[in-house]
Design a protein around this ligand. Structure first.
Ligand code: PMP
Ligand code: GLU
Length: 397
């Protein structure tokens, strides 16, 4: 019996696959340092947990409106005002994490064969989500010399009459890079001129390491840009709430209605208790989120310095998110014991097999010669993991 075409093209998430390899190795008793999945090690703030317990005790356990409870949609709309975004609560659809928000967004705008321009390095799931929605990802490789940010000239080169949308992710996973307002304005104008949707994944909007640099949303740069943008967001990263599965889309009313309709026939509302918890996160947990941001910044400073002190490795200093994208090209073309190191995949494999450090090779992000280190993990692991990487390089190169 034959499965669908989609079933044959969709790959397992490489980040989550690496995370499950770590779990398997740990079960067999090995001390693995896990720099793979981008998941904060912090616990969910207490005020959020209390709100969930209260929701349960009050029997808030029934279906809710499928686009989310008004209180939460309103809280997300209020939160977006920090970034000069003015959405009505009715234009917010609450989804099962931002991954699901992305799926909803692409399902709402793509017909079979429509192309979506995706700058690389990209977060791995974009490609498979676009394919699951019958779209065609058109990958544009950005340059390290431009801080891995896509330029309008690069977008022009990727544009065709089938292009329906372009994707922007700032702050970026896996590079930690942040677009300037000017760059976003140029990209927004390009979308307006060519009548494209913009999918703007802003899940890391709160994780920016500079008081002077407030997150800039492309949708805040003019009404004509906002109308064609679907902002993607969620609580996983900034509030240590990965398991709760709370994300959202913010868009014009026509798109929001389509997304809500799609969701009403697929997952319905997200977990009712998680919705109450999410309201608490947005309204009561600002200090907790700020404290986590400070910790991430401290970790970034430490790990970026240590990695840059290791011979043959280099990376740009991340401005946001919690990833370091490390150039390993100088290690390629050599042998380490029985291993031949030709690609970043081989580097990651040796680190995992022989040094018990899990990183994600850049092939997962549509790029070569790099590994991604997630520093959303505790300082003990960061220190130990970097020591092991240092040992790997010094012993073999
Ligand atoms: N977008 C980006 C850029 C991510 O790194 C992630 C990682 N989890 C997601 C979306 C999805 O997050 P979640 O579904 O937990 O909200
Ligand atoms: N987004 C995180 C990462 O990039 C979590 C894993 C995933 O959802 O794929 O590692």
């Amino acid at each position: 019996m034959k499965l669908s075409k989609i079933a044959s093209v969709v790959c397992p998430s490489p980040t989550l696959t690496m995370a499950s390899r770590v779990a398997a190795k740990r079960e067999s008793g090995v001390d693995v340092v896990d720099f793979s999945a981008g998941e904060p090690d912090f616990n969910t703030p207490d005020c959020v947990k209390k709100a969930a317990v209260q929701a349960l005790e009050e029997n808030f356990t029934h279906y809710t409106p499928y686009a989310g409870i008004y209180e939460l949609r309103k809280a997300f709309a209020e939160d977006l005002k920090k970034y000069k975004l003015d959405y009505d609560a009715s234009q917010i659809v609450v989804s099962n994490g931002s991954k699901h928000a992305l799926k909803n967004a692409f399902a709402a705008i793509l017909d079979a064969g429509d192309e979506v321009i995706v700058p690389a390095p990209y977060w791995n799931s974009y490609i498979d989500i676009i394919k699951m929605c019958s779209g065609v990802p058109v990958v544009v490789k950005t340059k390290r010399s431009n801080g891995f940010r896509v330029t309008v000239d690069e977008l022009k080169a990727a544009f065709s009459e089938k292009t329906k949308a372009l994707l922007i992710n700032s702050p970026n996973n896996p590079t930690g890079m942040v677009y300037s307002e000017e760059e976003l304005r140029e990209i927004g104008n390009f979308a307006v001129q060519n009548d494209l949707f913009i999918i703007s994944d802003e899940i890391y909007n709160r994780l920016i390491y500079s008081k002077k640099l407030l997150h800039c949303s492309i949708a805040s740069l003019g009404e004509n840009i906002k109308q064609r943008t679907i902002v993607i967001g969620g609580l996983s990263k900034s509030y240590a709430m990965t398991g709760w599965r709370v994300g959202f889309t913010a868009s014009n009313t026509e798109v929001a209605t389509a997304i809500a309709n799609i969701q009403s026939n697929s997952t319905s509302n997200i977990n009712s208790i998680a919705q109450k918890a999410a309201v608490a996160a947005l309204t009561l947990a600002q200090d907790d989120a700020e404290a986590m941001l400070k910790q991430f910044e401290h970790r970034r400073d430490y790990i970026a310095q240590r990695i840059s002190d290791i011979p043959f490795l280099s990376s740009l200093l991340p401005k946001g998110a919690f990833y370091l994208f490390v150039d390993v090209s100088k290690l390629l073309g050599q042998s380490v014991g029985e291993y031949r190191i030709e690609t970043a995949d081989d580097v990651a494999e040796v680190l995992f097999d022989k040094y018990n450090v899990a990183v994600v090779p850049s092939g997962a992000f549509g790029y070569e010669d790099h590994i991604r280190i997630s520093y959303a993990t505790g300082m003990r692991d960061i220190v130990e993991g970097v020591n092991r990487i240092e040992r790997f390089v010094k012993e073999n190169f």
